[in-house]
Design a protein around this ligand. Structure first.
Ligand SMILES: Nc1ncnc2c1ncn2[C@@H]1O[C@H](COP(=O)(O)OP(=O)(O)OP(=O)(O)O)[C@@H](O)[C@H]1O
Length: 224
């Protein structure tokens, strides 16, 4: 469960989020809005990467101001720029790096890494340099590195921007089948069509909060 109470976020003089109050118990939540409307900031609030200037954010019963480290262990975050997430030379090493704090044997780490790379079609690249992957493959690698940790909540910031149709569908299928709660920031409106709830941000305010069709209609109106 994600809860925000009267949340404002300011960067200097600029109010980036204003008066956000909501509870998000739904499993699949989409966040849409114009460029600069505050979507990424909203996503970053959920795992304590951004903190409210005023108001409170509670995730899994923990206040993000006081428990950011505990929350980050349970809330996976997929950044929009996969290069920002690649830290090790090879694909397999990069995924294994995510597991460094788990007390797992070498065999367990190898098994988990192999499993997730196979599931997302990267097994044949396991020993290749991560920076040689295509943009879309890097996005899948970043996803593998987050999912291998089996987070309770997954936050994704524009997860399909670099993906071709087949891989976009693969991500959509994953979001449908995974048991965890997911919050997805996206401009890919098709991805959200069977989501449980969609929030529309406009200049830092939530201006629509509804099922996908109604929320997307509202978004189209404010963008026209
Ligand atoms: N750390 C920061 N310092 C200063 N300003 C920031 C910071 N992070 C975000 N902003 C500003 O806050 C506003 C909202 O940014 P945010 O990235 O949340 O928007 P967004 O809706 O995700 O945009 P996009 O669709 O373009 O990715 C932007 O004007 C941005 O410049």
């Amino acid at each position: 469960m994600i809860e925000m109470t009267d949340v404002n976020v300011r960067f200097g003089q600029r109010e980036v989020l204003r008066g956000v109050t909501l509870s998000l118990p739904e499993r699949r939540v989409g966040v849409i809005g114009a460029n600069g409307s505050g979507k990424s900031t909203f996503a970053r609030l959920v795992n304590g990467l951004a903190l409210p200037s005023s108001g409170d954010v509670t995730v899994l019963g923990l206040d993000t101001r006081r428990h950011a480290a505990r929350i980050r262990r349970r809330v996976g975050f997929l950044f929009s720029d996969p290069d920002a997430q690649i830290v090790m030379p090879t694909v397999a090493e990069d995924v294994a790096f995510s597991l460094r704090r788990k007390k797992l044997s070498r065999e367990e780490v190898d098994g988990r890494v192999r499993g997730v790379l196979t599931r997302y079609g990267l097994a044949e690249h396991a020993d290749h340099p991560a920076h040689h992957l295509s943009g879309g493959q890097k996005q899948l690698l970043a996803l593998c590195s987050v999912l291998v940790l089996e987070p309770d909540i997954l936050i994704m910031d524009e997860p399909t921007t670099l993906l071709d149709l087949r891989h976009s569908r693969q991500v959509a299928d994953l979001l449908r089948s995974m048991p965890q709660q997911v919050v997805v920031v996206t401009h890919d409106l098709a991805l959200l069509e069977d989501f449980d709830r969609v929030l529309v941000l406009d200049e830092g305010r939530i201006v629509a909060d509804a099922e996908p069709e109604a929320a997307i209609d509202h978004y189209r109106k404010i963008m026209s």
